[in-house]
Design a protein around this ligand. Sequence first.
Ligand code: ASP
Ligand code: MG
Length: 442
Amino acid sequence: MTIVMKFGGSSVADRGQIEKVAAIVREQAHRRPVVVSSAHKGITDGLVRAARAAAAGEQADEVIAAQVAIAGSLGCDPGLLEPFLKEIRDLLRGIGLVKELSARSLDYISSFGERMAVRVIADFMRRSGLPAQAHDVWDLGFVTDSNFNRAWPLPGYEAAMQARFAALPTGVIPVVTGFVGKNAAGEITTVGRNGSDLTATLIGAALGAEEVQIWSDTDGVMTADPRVVAGARNIPAMRFDEAAELAYFGSRVLHPSTLLPAIAQKIPVRVMNTNRPHHPGTVITSDAKAGRRVTSIAYKERQTVLTLRSTRMFEQAGFLSEVFAAAARHGVVVDLIATSEVSVSFTTHDAAALAAAARELAALGEVEVREGRSILAVVGRELGRSRGIGAEILEAIAAAGVNVEMVSSAMGSINLSMVIADEDVPRAVPALHRVLFEAEER
Ligand code: ASP
Ligand code: MG
């Protein structure tokens, strides 16, 4: 048996945080942990910024100094990172020469954050008396397809990973890169921004882990974003579908695809706080008891809404399929949909793709596009069965002086989603939280 312990960027941000990580891992060393790490906080952003600047003929490589400073504060030998730094400089020079940045080169340069972080962390752990070895995940059988920026492991990767892990020395903790991978041709890919969680559950699924722990900087999954709602509190247990819905609707704790591998293998995912390691966090499983009307509130800002009005829609079969076919042709990923007899509205995060689709949709009717919208989602297993809760939700938002522009909730669904203006989020979310969570206790 083994467990996977994934530490996010803020958990490995600097020496102070990495010391906490070492203590947390040491405490669970008997469970044969596989540690998965993100890049130190800000490093991936810095690498992307440097690459974009290079492609524009500019220089913005402060990230190199930032990485060197972290390694230095941990007492690492400067030689540890030198080959990586050299490669980064060469790569930036190359990007500067050709003045273009493909998805492939972006993945290549983004990969250095994790590759350097695991080396620094394993080196520090070793010097702290914790036997550890850094690994690039591709050396452990993680071979992906060639979808740069959103790669997925190839079918059968599980067996390859099992074989590689079985060959590792026992008693030495593997510290493995999150986020990155390699395709069959040996080119570096990534599973997408914030994807180290996903790497962790993919490894957990491959190894049949007992548990996957996601270590972050909140007390597990909260009833709302604690930065927006002062009274936000921990949710001790929740089901996979609730957590997936929350991740999808912008709760920043988990990457949206993270749960898929865990669901498939029924592996519990535990979300923990590196800064308060003895807080029980949130355990996500397939069978957590509900017992509450609402689980959490999430929101996703900077969305765009398109509304199409057309009398042709009335009593006509196939109209919506034309609409969504046009959206699909332009690569528009649709989130929420609401329809009436003569209009349809949908949201997406990609305003640029939507603009192209909008030109085509104008042939079907009158098109209106609104940017700067937020999706506000109330998630809970019992939502569909709680009489009157929709009215309570909408009333709370109205009482906060916020206009709801669109509402969507499928039959039997576990979420009620609304669209509001971005600037209304700081008023709507706390008001909703008060009614749904804080009032219950009075
Ligand atoms: N370092 C990567 C990112 O910043 C992956 C992760 O943090 O999970 O997107
Ligand atoms: Mg991150």
